[in-house]
Design a protein around this ligand. Sequence first.
Ligand code: DHB
Length: 484
Amino acid sequence: MGLAASAAAPAAGLASAAVSRASTPSSLVFDPDAYTELTVTIKDTEGTAHEVVYRFTKVASYVARPVDAAYQSLNVSVPVRIDGRPVDARRAPVLLANQIGGYMPSSVAGATGISASGMGGGTSRQGLALAAGYVVVEPGARGRTLVDASGTYYGTAPAAIVDLKAAVRYLRFNKGRVPGDVDRIVSSGVSAGGALSSLLGASGDSPLYRPYLEEIGAAPASDAIFATGAWCPITDLEHADMAYEWCWGSNPLIDGSQVDRTVSKELATSYVDYVASLHLKAKGFGSLTARNMDAYLLKTYMEPSATKYLASLSDADRAAYLAANPFITWAQGRATFTWSDFLTHVGPRKKNAPSFDDFAMTTPETNLFGTGTTRARHFTLYSLRHENGAGARLEPDVPAKLHLMNPMHHLAGQADANRSRHWWIRLGTKDTDTSHTIAGNLSARLTALGDHVNTSYYWDAGHGADQDPGDFIRWIAAVADRRK
Ligand code: DHB
């Protein structure tokens, strides 16, 4: 596919250009006049309905050489009137809301307006952001199951993160043309989408993605984002099996049976060295190790989560909850309990062992690390050698792909300089889709780096919960006012 003639060159402020300006095709230039004006009624978190008039633009592709434009496209929604009052969104923060789940492909190509309702019929995060006066961008991205006519998988790692970066580059390349402040992009996503959101935040302008971005003709601009929202991120995949057994190893499966004790113990044991290798520190705990990680999680997240929940109840409801859950001690307005009782309270674990790189390669993650015409591959030495013998080695491309998919790699040592500095991380205490250490380690590392980290757990909530959507919208406004 040839590149179209050069288009209007963007203004200053470009970082690490992957494509020279002269070869930037006109398809990457956002047309501010190409919108449809739409009206939507959006209920805010207090239940008040707002009439929002907005400009909706469909961008056919955010890259010059799309592999599959059905996924590599995005929609922009810009509020112009809220409850009859004009809104000037030219300097508004931009919410980049991915809707990726399960590392599956995600397309917005068929959408005819902002996706204002969320799961369960409430208002989506995008809807709340639009009604708050923010610009909302909904990007699609390739995902693991996409396969072409020749049987080649074209959405496996690192396709989804490359696409999200290309979407960011498109927005930043179009500074001044896309309404909103593209220096204030806030990413959001849940689960696999939360993992990709945190990866996007951690790896801004990392040179590792350049060849992939060049291949698809991403715009010559920075792919750094200002702030990151991640709900139950399913990340640190190559350590997720060991982390899972460290956390949920003693919890039964849903049918009451226990997972293979040998596998569980071997994985949990290998987690000890991994945690040590992270060199994590947390205030009041010193170095975090597999021995004090439970106390760290308990004191930093689980007890405050229960405390907040119990404090919000009426006296009668609190008394009833405490009577039904005698493992909790409630004194001076604070909940305390042991880690072991907490694990029992959570109940059955969702996943068998190993949870992510399973021996039979049936999980989303083994498919994520597929390549070419191979649907799924092992991505941990433990599972690979369990199946193929002690001499087996990961395929040569796998370590680099793990690096491209894991925010922890980008936060190690010096950490990527253009990572976002503002982080909103949320998880339910009963979410057993991954180990609680995943978000715990991510938060500890970011905090140690000096970033502004707002992490909290929703008590007794499961996978995908969002119990403070209004707080996130207000947080965006608060952090967007900061210089850095
Ligand atoms: C998701 C959930 C999982 O348990 C997982 O392993 C990967 C992704 C999800 O909901 O996106």
